[in-house]
Design a protein around this ligand. Structure first.
Ligand SMILES: Cc1ncc(COP(=O)(O)O)c(C=O)c1O
Length: 398
């Protein structure tokens, strides 16, 4: 099928909840994707940051193919080798001791919300259920995670949302402290706000939040769905800020392109989710876990954290020189290969022009580009993107 045919069919039979770009991506390899008409694109968005190891990494493909011949799925009434092996790899590489698997970011956050409430209920009795979240945060589109999201526009028309969520400005520990009352059980933040436009935490913010939570017997939940799996040059962003949380959620790049999410925590908290308290039919599915094991192995074997830090630093410098030569660029923000360029105008027209010229970039918030390339990119790809941004900004400023 051609781009046009796929677009027409989509418009006819798919519920229009996504605003889509006018291309159909049909093939991917590393940091390159191709559309149905054969046009090639350099991918600086990684499908919302889900292809950290690149598209169709050969070792992910091989692992999936091998597993597909053996077993695709079995339910969680049985022990599942791939699930246990993946959990072991995750806990060996993080603060956590146990994992719960599910299929998406929102579902991982649902598990975190349920664990925070259940642990508080078991330890302190009923009534302590409020989770303090931050303005500008994005935690997902299910009813609970939408309720935890700090973007009012996304909530319009969906009332009543779930109760038990309070909000404080991001990067302001004092406001979180002021929001704590007798009903509070946890604080939930993204270490770096992603969808909100790559908003960086102050150096001490996450550490201070952890100290506050410890002092007030609250649980600290980090949503690392976008920042995790190497995106910032650390396997998890909390490592960069020296602040391990009590509960962490991951998803997106974990499956190397297959849907999987996880909630990680310590054993003393995990025991509050005993048999029958939480479940997901496909959670910890053999195929998805096999892909995730391959992803973690690739990150280490290919030294992608190192590449992310090295190329990330080069990228940041290149973006800063772009800022020096263009008045339309107001700010550069980010860490590793999670970068944003804040403009004095809307970014959508630039995203469309970049697409026409063979580069995929993404907008986060209306006036920022969010740049999340696969962690496999090198300086040559950064140079190509920055040359294109330079061209587009020059044309717009003329
Ligand atoms: C920080 C964060 N949390 C949660 C989600 C929701 O993940 P999903 O779309 O897999 O439900 C996203 C998705 O963009 C995200 O960036």
């Amino acid at each position: 099928m051609t781009n046009k045919e796929i677009m027409e069919l989509t418009e006819r039979v798919i519920i229009p909840s996504y605003k889509r770009y006018p291309v159909a991506i049909v093939r991917g390899k590393g940091h390159t994707v191709w559309d149905a008409d054969g046009n090639e694109y350099l991918d600086f968005a990684s499908a919302f940051g889900t292809s950290n190891v690149g598209h169709c990494h050969p070792r992910v493909v091989e692992a999936i193919a091998h597993q597909a011949e053996k077993l695709l799925h079995v339910c969680n009434l049985y022990h599942i080798e791939e699930q246990a092996r993946l959990a072991e790899m995750l806990v060996e590489r993080s603060f956590a001791e146990q994992a719960f698997f599910c299929n998406s970011g929102a579902e991982a956050n649902e598990a975190a919300i349920k664990l925070a409430r259940k642990a508080s209920h078991d330890r302190f009795g009923p009534g302590r259920h409020t989770i303090i979240c931050t303005e500008g945060a994005f935690h997902g589109r299910t009813m609970a995670t939408l309720s935890a999201t700090g973007m009012d526009a996304l909530k319009e028309g969906f009332a009543p949302l779930l109760g038990g969520f309070a909000f404080a400005p991001f990067n302001d520990v004092g406001s979180v402290e002021a929001a704590i009352d007798g009903t509070t059980c946890a604080v939930m933040v993204e270490p770096i706000q992603g969808v909100g436009g790559v908003i960086m935490p102050g150096v001490d913010y996450l550490r201070d939040l952890k100290a506050l939570c410890e002092a007030r017997d609250l649980l600290l939940i980090f949503d690392e769905i976008q920042t995790g799996i190497g995106r910032t040059g650390h396997l998890f962003a909390y490592e960069a800020f020296g602040a391990p949380p009590h509960i962490m959620t991951i998803s997106k790049s974990l499956g190397g392109g297959l849907p999987i999410g996880a909630m990680l925590t310590t054993s003393d908290l995990a025991e509050h989710l005993g048999p029958g308290t939480h479940a997901s039919t496909f959670g910890g599915n053999s195929l998805a876990c096999t892909a995730a094991i391959a992803v973690l192995e690739i990150i280490e074997a290919d030294q992608l954290l190192l590449n992310c830090r090295k190329v990330g630093a080069y990228f940041e410098e290149a973006l800063q020189s772009l800022q020096e030569s263009h008045t339309a660029v107001k700010e550069i923000r980010g860490l590793g290969l999670m970068q944003a360029v804040e403009l004095d105008r809307e970014t959508h027209p630039f995203v469309m022009k970049a697409l026409e010229r063979g580069v995929i970039i993404d907008s986060a918030a209306k006036t920022a580009f969010r740049l999340l390339p696969p962690l496999t990119i090198g300086e040559a790809e950064v140079d190509r993107l920055c040359r294109l941004l330079d061209e587009l900004l020059t044309e717009a400023e003329a």
